[in-house]
Ligand binder design. Structure first.
Ligand SMILES: [Zn+2]
Length: 314
C-alpha cells in the first residue's frame, strides 16, 4: 500500500492510465503497459518522486532529457508498478504498440538467471566476461546485466524515447530467432537524446540518429575482439554503449554535419562536441566518447557510453 499511495502521488495530475499490451495472452511475449505522463512532466522534467519510487525508477520517470518513453524494470517490480499505477493489461490491444507521445511504457525484464548455458530460449547470448568464475562456483568479479528485455516483431518498433525505437539497439544477428534478448540501460538512451538536443542547439538539424551498433551479445562481441578493435569487456555488452551517426537522409552514412562538402572525421567531431557539452551539464551521464573514421564498410561514427567515468579515444 505505501508503494501504491506514493506512486499515485507521484503521478498526480495524470488524467488517464491506459495499457497497451503486445501479447498478454502468451507468457513468452513481453507485455507493454503505458501510463500517461503529466503535461508538466513533459514540459519541465519529471515530477519529484518519493524516495521509495525513486529507488525503482531512478531519479526521474522521463530522464534528464525528459524524452524517455519507456522504463525497463525486473519482472517482479514491473508487475508491482503496474498494479500500483492501476495499469491493466489489455489483451484487446495486442499488437498495438505505436506509442502516443504522452505515454510511458513499462517493460518487464527477464532476470539474468533466465539465461541457461548461454541462451534464453533459442536466442544465443554467450557468457559475460565476469561470469565464468561464477560458473566455477566463485563470486562474480565484475558486473553482469540486471536482466533481458524481450523483443518481438510486435514491440520492436516501440518508441522508447523521442528518437529511438526498441529494435534500434538489438544485436544484428540471429535474424529469424524470436523473441530476441536485449540489454539496454535508460541512461544511454537519455544521453543520446541530450546529444541530439545539443546538436540542435548548435544549429545541426537531427531528424534521425542511426544506431550502427547498440547492444552486442558477448557471443557476437567476441568475434570482433582484437581484429575489429572491439574490447573483450566492451560496454556494448552491458547495454550502455552505442555507435551512432546522424543520418537525416537515411542513406546509411553520416551526413555532412559541418557543411564543408566532405563527410569525414570532422563530422564525427561535431557529435563529440555535443556529447562533451552533455557531460558538462549532466555528471551522472559521464562516460566514454570515441570517434571513428570511415572505412569501406561504414562511414564515420561516434561511440557514446555511460560507463560512469570519463574516457576519450580516437
Ligand atoms: Zn562502440
Amino acid at each position: 500500500m505505501p508503494l501504491r499511495s506514493s506512486l499515485l502521488t507521484a503521478v498526480a495530475g495524470v488524467a488517464t492510465l491506459v495499457a497497451v499490451a503486445s501479447g498478454a495472452a502468451a507468457a513468452s511475449r513481453p507485455t507493454v503497459a503505458r501510463a500517461d505522463v503529466p503535461a508538466d512532466a513533459r514540459a519541465g522534467g519529471a515530477p519529484a518522486l518519493p524516495a521509495s519510487v525513486g529507488a525503482i525508477l531512478d531519479d526521474s520517470l522521463l530522464g534528464a532529457s525528459g524524452k524517455l518513453r519507456a522504463r525497463f524494470v525486473v519482472a517482479g517490480l514491473a508487475e508491482r508498478l503496474e498494479r500500483a499505477l492501476g495499469i491493466a493489461r489489455d489483451v484487446a490491444a495486442q499488437g498495438s504498440v505505436v506509442p502516443r507521445a504522452s505515454q510511458l511504457a513499462i517493460l518487464p525484464m527477464l532476470p539474468f538467471e533466465a539465461k541457461v548455458r548461454g541462451r534464453v530460449g533459442t536466442y544465443v547470448l554467450g557468457m559475460w566476461p565476469h561470469e565464468r568464475r561464477w560458473r566455477r562456483g566463485a563470486l562474480l568479479d565484475g558486473p553482469v546485466p540486471a536482466g533481458f528485455i524481450q523483443v518481438t516483431p510486435h514491440n520492436r518498433d516501440l518508441a522508447i524515447s523521442e528518437h529511438f525505437r526498441l529494435g534500434d539497439f538489438l544485436t544484428k544477428n540471429q535474424h529469424d530467432v524470436w523473441p530476441k534478448m536485449l540489454v539496454l540501460r535508460e541512461p544511454l538512451v537519455d544521453k543520446l537524446e541530450l546529444v541530439i538536443d545539443e546538436l540542435q542547439a548548435m544549429g545541426v538539424r537531427v531528424d534521425h540518429m542511426q544506431v550502427m551498433s547498440g547492444f552486442r551479445t558477448p557471443a557476437y562481441n567476441a568475434r570482433g575482439v582484437g581484429a575489429g578493435g572491439r574490447a573483450r569487456d566492451s560496454r556494448h555488452q552491458y547495454g550502455d554503449a552505442a555507435d551512432v551517426f546522424v543520418d537525416n537522409d537515411r542513406d546509411g552514412w553520416m551526413d555532412d554535419l559541418n557543411r564543408d562538402g566532405r563527410i569525414d572525421l570532422r563530422d564525427a567531431d561535431v557529435i563529440v562536441a555535443a556529447a562533451e557539452r552533455v557531460e558538462w551539464r549532466h555528471a551522472q551521464l559521464v562516460g566514454g566518447v570515441g570517434r571513428y573514421r570511415a572505412t569501406s564498410a561504414h562511414g564515420p561514427f561516434v561511440h557514446i557510453d555511460v560507463r560512469g567515468h570519463r574516457a576519450r579515444w580516437g
